[in-house]
Every structure is written in structure tokens, then in C-alpha cells.
Design a protein around this ligand. Structure first.
Ligand code: ADP
Length: 366
């Protein structure tokens, strides 16, 4: 089976098929409510607009009913209202006509609003599922590229040293010292590959988000190391301006790394597509107003004021192959962690994206 072929929607939607007994009870209760309202409406004077009570039944019952059943209930309510009007004996006919017309209009309007609200909820649910799927795919895509770039290098070095080692040993007499050196290089590169894979695993461990106290500079540095190959490929110089002696952040460290990785990727892409001579990304950390702020600043084309309001909208992108979810997901993650994300235009041009994170509260002096 293709990994995408199972539908997350079908997996997450609860089974709503009720037993026959429950259906009978539901219909019984609805019928009883309709009958009581009908009797009340028919036996009271025209001036009493008892028929609006049908809207209560529609409202209470709608979550248990399908679309067709809801429309059926609305039609039955309207018909009962008209029949009641015909059977009512007391009261002023004019008031009766107005009240019946109003009641019917209200019943239809409520049913229509309920259907619209259900549709909106359904669309929101679908978008959420779609977003989850995109995040998975997006994450995997980024991961594959990182692994390919980062692990290929030590692997290629291991192969070269392995061949050299073979040659030294095949010599007559074998050059043991040189072979020993080559073996040392192999072990070193194997260790490098192992470190890279451990880091990638740490970045993507599928644990539920949890808040922990962590050193922001260390977490950001790990992300930067993973992006070295991508930065080199686009001839981008990386600067870090990390504030020393920062308090520890109190947030989900893995999610924070995902957001910083995403901002960095955007900065790299902005520079990759630009013709600017100065290809530089600065990653800075500071401590402001009880929060730690991490900024990713690039010397790319910057952000047009016209597109500024859309930056954090889901599925909004200016890239041909973009998905437009990176920034919206980043914002959701950072806000869930008690922080903020925003963008500025540096005086020197380019773009700057910043996130703020809460810090571990200072212990009160005892
Ligand atoms: P995507 O990268 O798939 O387009 P994002 O939500 O990450 O999705 O970004 C949305 C848009 O924000 C991008 O298409 C781009 O127009 C703009 N953007 C993001 N980062 C930068 C940046 N560093 N410089 C210029 N524009 C940016």
C-alpha cells in the first residue's frame, strides 16, 4: 500500500453509526417534542407564536441528524405550523397570519444557519487534516534532503579512506602506518555520520510536544549545523550573534528547532533565488522583556509591503514549488509555546523573522 493511500480523515472521524435502538429512541423523542408543540400551538390563541419552539427541536436534534433528516425535520415543522394555524379556533386571524409567517421564516432561517455552520465546521476539519498531512510530507522532504546532503559527505570520505587503506595494505611490504592513518580517518568519518543521524533523530522524534527548560543557543546551533551543506551549496555566509549567559527557555525544544529550521530554510530559499552579491544570513539570540528572542536575518530581496499581511496565512506562497504552510505552522507552534513570531525589514534590506520564547522563571529568594 502506498503510504499516502490511507486516509487520515477516515482514521480520525469517530464511528457515528448508532444502533437501531438509539435511532428509534431519537426519532421517538423528536416526534414527542413535535407532537407537544403541535398540541400547544393548536390549542393556544393565534397571538401566541408557539411554532417558534420547533426551532428548539431543530437546534437540539441537529447534531444527531444527517443533512437529509434535518431538512425533513424542517419541512415537518413548517407543515405542522400551517396545520396548527388551520386548526386553531381562537384569536385574531391577522395576528395568526403574521405569527405563522414569522414562525415559518424563523424555522427555515435557523435550519439554514445550522447547515451553513455544519459545512464550515466540516471544511475546517478537512483543512486541518490536509494541513497535518502536508506537515508530514513537508517534514519528510526536508529530512530527506538534510540526510542526503549531510550523510553523503562522511560516507564518501569513508569510501576514499577505505580504498587508500586497501592500497597501503596491498603494497609489498604493506605500509602499516599509512593503513593505520586511513583507518583512523574512517572511524572519524563514521562517527561524524553517526552524530548527524542522531541529531536528525532528535529533531524528528515523534513524541507529543512537551515543555522543557533548554539552552536556546545550543538548540539553534544544532539546527545550523544541519543546514551547513545547504548554505555551502548556495554560497551563503552564516553569521551568529548569540547573546551569552541567556536564561534557559521554557518551551518545546524540538518544536522550537523545527521553527528555526523553517525560518532558516526560507532565508536560504530567498537568497538562492536572488541575484544579490552579499549572500549572508545572521542568526541572533537576545534576551528582551523576560523573553528570549531568536532572529533569522537575510540579505535577500526582502518582503514586499503588499505581501506582508499574507505572510502567515495558510497555503499562501510566492514560490512556484512552495506550499505556503511553513510560516502559518510556525506561528501556531510558537503561540502554543507561549511566544510570538513576527517579521521586520532591516535597515540594510533583506528580511528578518523573529520568534520570542518564555524563559524559566527566576526562583524567588528564600
Ligand atoms: P513557502 O516557503 O512554502 O512559500 P512559507 O509559509 O514558509 O511557505 O512562506 C510564505 C511566503 O513568505 C513565501 O512564499 C515568501 O513569499 C515569503 N517569505 C518567507 N520567508 C521569506 C524571506 N526570508 N524573504 C522573503 N520572503 C519570505
Amino acid at each position: 500500500m502506498h503510504p499516502d493511500s490511507h486516509s487520515p480523515t477516515s482514521a480520525s472521524v469517530p464511528n457515528r453509526t448508532p444502533s437501531r435502538g438509539r435511532v428509534a429512541i431519537r426519532y421517538g423523542l423528536i416526534s414527542l417534542a413535535l407532537a407537544l408543540i403541535f398540541i400547544f400551538d393548536t390549542t393556544t390563541r393565534y397571538e401566541v407564536a408557539a411554532a417558534v419552539l420547533y426551532t428548539v427541536v431543530i437546534f437540539v436534534a441537529h447534531s444527531a441528524l444527517g443533512r437529509g433528516e434535518l431538512i425533513g425535520l424542517t419541512i415537518v415543522s413548517v407543515v405542522l405550523t400551517v396545520v396548527s394555524f388551520a386548526l386553531t379556533l381562537d384569536g385574531e386571524l391577522d395576528s395568526g397570519l403574521i405569527n405563522t409567517g414569522l414562525s415559518i421564516a424563523i424555522i427555515i432561517a435557523i435550519a439554514f444557519l445550522i447547515i451553513r455552520a455544519d459545512d464550515a465546521r466540516h471544511t475546517a476539519q478537512q483543512t486541518q487534516e490536509q494541513l497535518k498531512k502536508i506537515v508530514q510530507v513537508h517534514g519528510l522532504e526536508g529530512l530527506t534532503t538534510s540526510i542526503a546532503h549531510e550523510v553523503n559527505q562522511p560516507l564518501a570520505a569513508i569510501t576514499t579512506s577505505g580504498h587508500a587503506c586497501q592500497r597501503w595494505l596491498n603494497q609489498n611490504p604493506p605500509n602499516i602506518d599509512k593503513a593505520h592513518e586511513a583507518l583512523g580517518r574512517i572511524l572519524h568519518d563514521a562517527y561524524r555520520a553517526d552524530t548527524i543521524i542522531s541529531r536528525i533523530r532528535r529533531l524528528t522524534q515523534g513524541e507529543p510536544p512537551h515543555t522543557n527548560a533548554f539552552e536556546v543557543n545550543t538548540a539553534v546551533q544544532e539546527v545550523l549545523e544541519l543546514s551547513q551543506a545547504e548554505l555551502r551549496r548556495h554560497r551563503i555566509t552564516l553569521h551568529t550573534e548569540f547573546a551569552q549567559e541567556l536564561p534557559r527557555a521554557l518551551a518545546d525544544s524540538v518544536q522550537t528547532q523545527q521553527v528555526v529550521g523553517n525560518l532558516l530554510l526560507n532565508a536560504i530559499q530567498a537568497l538562492a533565488g536572488s541575484t544579490t552579491n552579499e549572500r549572508r544570513i545572521t542568526v541572533a539570540s537576545t534576551h528582551e522583556d523576560g523573553h528570549i528572542v531568536v532572529s533569522v536575518i537575510d540579505t535577500g530581496p526582502g518582503i514586499d509591503p503588499e505581501i506582508q499581511p499574507h505572510l502567515f496565512d495558510a497555503f499562501w506562497t510566492t514560490k512556484d514549488d512552495g506550499m505556503g504552510v511553513g510560516l502559518s505552522i510556525s506561528r501556531a507552534i510558537i503561540e502554543a509555546n507561549g511566544g510570538r513570531i513576527w517579521t521586520d525589514t532591516p535597515a540594510s534590506g533583506g528580511a528578518a523573522f523573529s520568534i520570542s520564547l518564555p524563559v524559566v522563571p527566576k526562583k524567588a529568594p528564600s
